[in-house]
Write a protein that binds this ligand. Structure first.
Ligand SMILES: N[C@@H](CCC(=O)N[C@@H](CS)C(=O)NCC(=O)O)C(=O)O
Length: 203
């Protein structure tokens, strides 16, 4: 398998799950400004949508979209308990992935487009805070150790990656104690440390 990624982008979540499962994989970095890969390939030929992540499963077979890639990778070895195989447990993982993807990811993404005015920035921070407040409360009200049940899974990896962006956009995460609690546990995982090192995010 091969993951097309950009350092620190949402593709880091797939990179983390690849490190969790027992597969050989390659990485190919994408420059999201030029849409060229590190090997000089026009990235639109890999993923016509132009964004990362894209997962090449076999030559010519490409899967895109975080909500498809993350469960696909997580189910690779059912013994690892990264995602329930069926039923409500699996639906709950997909519920979180959908929310993170369509709500929180979009709310952060506003900062990575055109330069924002001070007023636009204020509105964008307010929206991020609204979403994080909901997530933090939901974690606090559940008795689970992670977003879904007591096992680390793809939704936790995705939440970790998205909330990493708070640092980049000078957004204060400190009020969200329950999110920070999960983030700290995720950050300690070897899969995360290796992915971040391999993307050049930490030494
Ligand atoms: N719906 C896509 C969105 C992916 C996405 O927004 N990727 C960003 C990085 S986090 C990107 O590549 N942006 C550059 C671009 O859109 O050209 C998914 O969930 O996979």
């Amino acid at each position: 398998m091969k993951l097309y990624y950009s350092p620190g982008a949402c593709s880091l979540a797939a990179h983390i799950i690849l490190n969790e499962i027992n597969v050989d994989f390659d990485l190919e970095r994408v420059d999201l400004k030029t849409h060229k890969t590190e090997k000089g390939t026009d990235y639109y030929e890999v993923n016509p949508k132009g964004y990362v992540p894209a997962l090449e499963i076999n030559p010519g077979l490409i899967l895109t979209e975080n909500v498809a890639i993350l469960p696909f990778l997580a189910q690779h070895d059912p013994k690892q308990d990264l995602i329930p195989p069926s039923g409500m447990g699996r639906a709950k993982v997909l519920e979180w992935l959908g929310y993170l993807n369509s709500e929180l990811h979009d709310a952060y993404a506003v900062f990575f487009g055109d330069k924002l005015s001070e007023d636009e920035k204020k509105k964008a921070y307010t929206e991020i805070d609204r979403l994080l407040s909901y997530i933090d409360k939901a974690i606090g009200e559940s008795e689970n150790d992670y977003l879904v049940d007591d096992n680390f899974g793809p939704a936790d990896a995705y939440l970790f990656v998205l909330t990493n962006w708070s640092n980049q956009i000078e957004h204060d995460l400190s009020p969200y104690k329950n999110i920070i609690h999960i983030r700290n546990k995720v950050a300690e995982r070897q899969s995360v440390q290796i992915a971040m090192r391999d993307e050049g995010l930490i030494p």
